[in-house]
Design a protein around this ligand. Sequence first.
Ligand code: F3S
Length: 284
Amino acid sequence: MHIYIKKAKYSGYCFGVSRAIKLAEDILKKNHGKKTKIFTLGPIIHNPGVTNKLEKKGLISVENLEEIIPGSIFIIRSHGMPPLLVNEIKKKNIKIIDATCPFVKKAQARAKDLSKNGYFVAIVGNRDHPEVIGIKSHVLNKNYVIIEDEANAGKITIKEKIGVVVQTTQPMEKLCLITGKLLEKTKELIVFNTICNTTRRRQSSTKKLANSVDMMIVVGGRNSANTKHLVEISKKCSALTYHIENYKEIKSQWFNNIKKVGISGGASTPVEDIIDVEEAIKKL
Ligand code: F3S
């Protein structure tokens, strides 16, 4: 069957993910054959294919700090971490390599400054996401709220002044809706749009593509926040949308009566995975 395929202008690894993977690979290479163990708390990035490869090279992802052994190396993943936990690890004679994305660090610093200056901090994002857990830990005196949607924003009580920071991978539309609601809750609202440029570019190129095809395939980890947002954006454009982690999930019946297909990928999706999907569609 002949299918026209177009890839989103921006997809594949972002700067922060490339940097974290490179740091991990360099450390693994340097310590190859040595006894030193190398840990992360949770997966270094949200892409199971990539993390499996790194695990095979020796990277150990654990769920609890207690599992990290003294004398080892610990990599802070791109989403960042609460300073309290980092200090706990430091006490155990563990070398720390910080792979926190600089854009995430900026959001953490903004949250800290806002709270220092007396603002009630509204963090727009998913409360269970490691990045948001890291950002909230920088707010002084726990003077914050996490806002996941417009409804949450509508529930907060009136505040003297509110400062907003955003999880770097949130959709722009959501931020706009939430800040609109927050304006009703205060006389002074300051918004730091900490959505990173990479995310913005990926979201707008996915939207543009989704509006011009019959079907979209978004490639990326099911645990990847930014990939899930691309899926949401695509669905809002009414494009039939499938979220897959790799080309093996493609089913030929999806393509009945489909003439144009768009492919997009999250910031933690290797460009090779996107090319694999393209090749698999060509072979249908
Ligand atoms: Fe950093 Fe943005 Fe990627 S915050 S990790 S460059 S999606």
